[in-house]
Design a protein around this ligand. Structure first.
Ligand code: ATP
Length: 357
């Protein structure tokens, strides 16, 4: 199969600093891929390497099957989409959209035709004569995308394009960007530090840490089957709870370091007595009556509510978070009963953090 973008054991060094380590990634045409990870993990370096703005130290980068390691950025036929403030303030929307075409020597008539066409795709037909400052934040972001679309590139590379928008607009724009991707049949690589953005927009999510791919897969695969503790803690909000545990019984159960030392039957086989790190997501700790069988009694230290959900923080070490729907009639110092679905329990090797599943 020919991939639209393919990286094979790509490495990047900045002097002695090893910024990208053995990056292998194959992106089929039409896919929306998110690169996500904490600050400094190398996501921008990876995107810039694909664009050709950074020269990779070793490995192979292919676009539509062709090795492009030595190809300068303008010959790669990719479009970078930045935050909307990269628009030219003194130019109209029309001129912003067609600037790259003018540089390429496309005729005036053809530029005008393409501008109308792209304006229709991004829904800015009536605003072509305005300047960027006369547009809303969302409209400016659409112009930034339109400027990329008009070039009909082989792929779109997005570098945190929504990070300077307010929260509500960001939520709207992430749907809009994804819909646009689908409408024009694009291939997109999208850098973000926001795991919710990655999860909601992408077909395929790549989690990076310290220059290495920790895991890649569909959003739900990362959520349900994180390969290690890092991915488990990074994907999901609020973050997964972690606590010590010991494999118990015949090796198909785990005893948790929680009040009452509850023992959960799990599907995971291990050696009895083995110390493990147990991970349970806040939404998989279910509030119930204190006298229910297997209910774990926990004392609440604080309650945060968003209206739609409430987050109960518990006393003791480690602090846990329990998510419950709506506004719970629970206050600090109350004791709650929590049941845990054993099927939703994750076990990790304490030393390496690797999943034991
Ligand atoms: P952020 O979310 O903060 O933008 P990032 O994941 O995009 O982070 P990169 O910008 O790719 O991170 O940087 C990865 C690492 O490479 C960082 O530690 C950074 O300091 C380093 N780095 C980036 N560019 C250079 C450079 N030109 N010379 C040396 N080191 C660099």
């Amino acid at each position: 199969m020919t991939y639209q973008i393919e990286l094979d054991r790509v490495e990047k060094h900045y002097g002695r600093f090893h910024a990208l380590k053995e990056i292998s990634l194959a992106i089929p045409k039409g896919q929306f891929v998110a690169l996500v990870g904490p600050s400094g993990c190398g996501k921008s370096t990876l995107l810039r390497s694909i664009a050709g703005l950074e020269r990779i130290t070793s490995g192979t980068l292919r676009i539509a099957g062709e090795p492009v390691n030595d190809l300068p950025p303008r010959k790669r036929d990719l479009a970078m989409v930045f935050q909307s403030y990269a628009l030219y303030p003194h130019m109209s929307v029309r001129d912003n959209l067609t600037y790259a075409l003018r540089l390429k020597g496309v005729s005036r008539a053809e530029r005008a035709r393409r501008a109308e066409e792209v304006a229709a795709v991004i829904g800015l037909e009536t605003l072509l004569d305005r300047r960027p400052r006369e547009l809303s934040g969302g409209q400016r972001q659409r112009v930034a995308m339109g400027r990329a679309i008009i070039r009909q590139p082989r792929a779109f590379l997005f570098d945190e394009p929504l990070s300077n928008l307010d929260a509500a607009l960001r939520v709207r724009m992430r749907k809009e960007v994804r819909a646009l991707h689908d409408r024009i049949g694009a291939t997109s690589v999208y850098v973000t530090h926001d795991q919710i953005e990655a999860m909601t927009m992408a077909d395929h999510v790549v989690v990076l840490q310290a220059g290495r791919i920790e895991q890649q897969g569909t959003p739900m695969a990362l959520y349900d089957r994180p390969a290690n503790r890092f991915v488990a803690g990074f994907i999901g909000s609020p973050a997964m709870n972690f606590m010590p545990g010991v494999i118990a019984g015949d090796g198909r159960a785990v005893r948790l370091a929680l009040p009452g030392n509850p023992v959960l039957e799990t599907a995971i086989a291990g050696t009895p007595g083995l110390e493990v790190e147990v991970g349970i997501r806040p939404e998989h700790m279910v509030l119930g009556p204190l006298d229910a069988p297997h209910a774990v009694p926990l004392v609440v230290s604080a309650v945060e509510t968003t209206g739609a959900a409430s987050y109960l923080f518990t006393e003791g070490e480690p602090e846990l978070i329990v998510t419950t729907e709506g506004t719970a009639a629970i206050r600090a110092d109350d004791t709650i009963g929590v049941s845990i679905d054993p099927a939703r329990v994750h076990l990790f090797e304490p030393e390496t953090g690797a999943s034991l599943r």
